[in-house]
Design a protein around this ligand. Structure first.
Ligand SMILES: Cc1cc2nc3c(=O)[nH]c(=O)nc-3n(C[C@H](O)[C@H](O)[C@H](O)COP(=O)(O)OP(=O)(O)OC[C@H]3O[C@@H](n4cnc5c(N)ncnc54)[C@H](O)[C@@H]3O)c2cc1C
Length: 426
């Protein structure tokens, strides 16, 4: 094993360096296969289009074609909204098997398609109805809003979806605080509620088929149940069961602290090295938001540790936490675990004391690139590591560093599938 460490040595923790957790009586927790999840998602999309096909004996004339395209985009939009919510429901097997950052990427890419489908649906339906009724689109839109059941609510919903989409665009994201962007996303729940009724009231597929209504309502009910289960009930149950509290704070560097948490039955969590929890510290100014931090030591039955660099208001305030503060930890999440490994040799970029205890070859790099006078993670520098192409590489750090190092590793012949990374930015 080879480790490249890019931070100052951390103080010895009262916990062991990260190791795989001992096997639990129930075996390994369930993990979804990413390829199988994608197949399931695309199959659902095909089923949504099949609803249109089964309810459309024939398509004749330009207006009909436009309306059909509007119905298909509407069905796909209604379906993908449910999928987007499910991807973010923190469903444990998905989080473990697919990984939180990949789920977030799918969600963000799917979000762009969904907003496009919603806009296309509104335009195509209005245009198609206008062509069939031999009127103009403005008049047709006015008729739809005034005379068709629940279309006004659906239009408000569409505007909310578009607004959330705009707030998630890179340029807007950079200007918004993370919390502002996050809470704006809650408007999607309102938008889903507002848009649901118009699907059954106006969708030809649903008006004529009880089976289609049951299938569609079932989809939304299952997703709602998953959200309530995984985002509300599981964290509450975990908090009551594990009774986590801050045990102590260890200052590691001027801007980094380790937070040791004490609780009960923590081994039952089956947390693996490389995973993270979303921590809600029930202290003044912190209780209302949960932030993700990775484990920095193996979890014992009564202790867990995170190591946090103060970057903003939440992370900087952890240094001042009083021992005894109650903590709600949701997780474990993430698939950045030893389970991804394919080769015997491992290169860890950004590790800690593990290297010493596991007798790994250790390269300590302290300082910025300008302080060092060279880039220790460039292709040229990494090329000096023996048998690099035969390693699995676990890479952790800011997005730009990950992109640059991944590029360097690929240049040096490390296969894409053996470069494992997890983003710190959702
Ligand atoms: C999977 C994962 C594991 C992480 N592990 C660690 C770790 O072990 N140690 C560590 O020091 N940092 C870790 N981070 C980063 C840490 O979560 C952020 O630095 C912290 O949340 C910043 O919050 P802030 O209010 O202090 O700063 P802010 O200035 O408010 O936020 C800085 C950036 O952090 C991110 N962020 C802020 N709030 C959240 C949130 N609630 N959820 C997700 N991202 C948020 C956003 O990208 C934001 O732009 C991890 C992040 C992720 C996604």
């Amino acid at each position: 094993m080879t480790s490249v460490v890019d931070q100052r040595r951390v103080a010895s923790p009262p916990l062991r360096a990260a190791q795989a957790p001992p096997a639990q009586p129930g075996g390994r927790p369930a993990q979804a296969n990413p390829a199988a999840v994608l197949v399931a998602i695309w199959s659902g999309a095909a089923a949504a289009v099949a609803l249109w096909f089964l309810n459309t004996p024939s398509v004749s004339g330009f207006g009909d074609w436009l309306t059909s395209a509007g119905r298909i985009t509407g069905l796909l939009a209604g379906y993908s909204v449910a999928v987007l919510v499910a991807l973010m429901a923190r469903i444990a097997p998905l989080e473990r098997g697919v990984g939180s950052d990949r789920l977030a990427r799918w969600h963000s890419m799917g979000g762009r398609y969904t907003v496009s489908l919603i806009v296309a649906h509104a335009l195509l339906i209005t245009w198609g109805y206008a062509v069939s009724a031999h009127t103009n689109v403005v008049h047709q839109e006015w008729t739809l809003l005034r005379s068709y059941p629940d279309v006004l609510m659906a239009t408000v919903a569409a505007l909310l979806f578009v607004g959330v989409g705009i707030s998630s665009m890179r340029a807007a994201r950079r200007k918004l605080r993370y919390e502002t962007w996050y809470y704006l996303h809650f408007y999607t729940y309102l938008a889903i509620a507002l848009s649901f009724a118009h699907q059954f009231a106006n969708g030809a597929e649903f008006m004529n088929s009880v089976g289609a209504r049951v299938f569609w309502a079932g989809l939304y009910i299952v997703v709602a149940a998953l959200v309530i289960w995984y985002r509300v009930l599981v964290p509450i149950d975990g908090a009551l069961h594990h009774q986590l509290r801050v045990h102590s704070i260890i200052r590691e560097t001027p801007d980094t602290v380790s937070v040791i948490l004490r609780g009960r039955h923590l081994r039952e969590l089956q947390a693996e090295p490389g995973q993270f929890f979303r921590f809600r510290f029930l202290a003044k100014g912190l209780w209302w938001t949960a932030h993700p931090y990775s484990l920095s030591a193996s979890v014992t039955d009564s202790l867990m540790r995170i190591t946090v660099k103060g970057l903003g208001d939440h992370s900087s305030r952890l240094a001042g936490l009083a021992p005894g503060t109650r903590v709600v930890a949701e997780g474990p999440f993430g698939s950045f675990t030893p389970g991804r490994r394919r080769r015997r040799q491992v290169l860890l970029i950004a590790a800690e004391t593990i290297a010493r205890t596991r007798r790994a070859r250790l390269h300590i790099i302290v300082g910025t690139r300008s302080e060092l006078g060279f880039d220790p993670l460039s292709a040229q520098a990494l090329a000096s590591l023996p048998n690099l192409a035969d390693h699995d590489v676990y890479l952790c750090g800011p997005a730009l560093m990950q992109a640059e190092v991944t590029q360097a590793l690929r240049t040096l012949g490390v296969h894409r599938r053996r470069i494992h990374s997890e983003s710190y930015e959702f």
